[in-house]
Design a protein around this ligand. Sequence first.
Ligand code: SF4
Length: 448
Amino acid sequence: MGRCTPGPQSKDGVMNPIPFHQLPHMLYADPQGRIFEHPYFRMAGFSGAEPAPITEGDLMELPEFSKLFFIPDCPPVGLDPETGAWEVIPHIELEGKVTPLNAVAAFLEPGLVRTHLPAADYGRKGYTLPMWAYTAVGFRHGAYWAAGFQIEKNHKWDPRNYDDRDLVLAIREYERNQVTGPLVEHLKACATRNHCFAAKNLFLGRWEAPLPISRTCNAACLGCLSLQPQGSCEASHQRLSFTPSTEEVAAVAVRHLTHAPEPIVSFGQGCEGEPLTEWRLICDSIRRIREQTRQGTINLNTNGSRPEQIRKIAESGLDSIRISLNSALGERYHRYYRPKDYRFADVVASIRVCQEQGLYTMLNYLIFPGITDQADELEALGGLIDKTGINFLHLKNLCIDPAYYLQKMSGTGAAGMGMRCLVNLLQKEFPEVELGYFNQPVQRASSV
Ligand code: SF4
């Protein structure tokens, strides 16, 4: 599937590594979590478990709605600008005291692809980090610089377009005039407590809104956002504890589809299990919605585990689908999803059914530098796209503890080609497949 040739202005967009002295300074945090730039060592970034060169194409000024974290008990790894060697920096003399150092990481705004993981020594870490997409970050010319690049610019998911002062008023307005019920109550909490943009959109009456419906799941993902086993980290979302009625689902959806600009309603959210476990509710809801309106897009975010149920949902009037996977290699997929009653082959069969049914088909590729950009992974993904045909590939930074994921995944030894190189090769090899980050509004011509 081709390869990238680095060069100053190479046509592959993959540039030469940045000269050591021009790299941003390494960041570290003291035990109180206060963040400082190191006076000497430069920023480093990991691909998988190893340091990897950072090129100009890999660096961007950290956008303001990103987050900064420190990683307790994990000293940073920095680059010595004189020798080019990567070194673990366990402590520093700070305010006259020898202070142990903690690594620092960023979590990028939506729409950006992370190119490097934080450079840290996880050897003494005795806990699992919560689910964020930890990214390498440094400091240069008075600003934070992160290892990433933009894959999709979309005003509908731009944090600058979400002002909670508008939201509070919008929720009051919605309560006065619209549908009420347990689903709306749940979505109010999602919008105000979990800051879910899709839930905010429901009340703000625009773009993509959520329709969570499932309490259970037929997989046990290592990085599940709504359910984490005892002894792991806390789940970032409270999983739905009830099954909404078809009436409420349809009422919420019809209201949104008939009033919102560029409306999408999506089954399958971070705050629920697997929506296919409620496929009958989905079919009944879609039929009830389409009896009342033909407007907008009805979408399903899913693990794609049950091809025959997806066929029935498509026949009931679904417009688009987004199937998530961390790998196009079955063995690696099973290690992450830990499926209970299906195999990767079922997911592949589902993608085929989606194309047969004329659904706008998106893959939600959960990407991780050092694994996703390995040659065998790219080969497998290429084969999957060739075999099934898809319309859109989401490149979503996988939110998980890097050390935990690497420990669980197989074949982590092979070097990655770099995330930019991966994107360039995909664009060259599959020009018909759109690459991005967000669900797209589509209207299926043949909607029943
Ligand atoms: S498929 Fe979704 S709900 Fe199920 S375990 Fe994975 S992330 Fe969680």
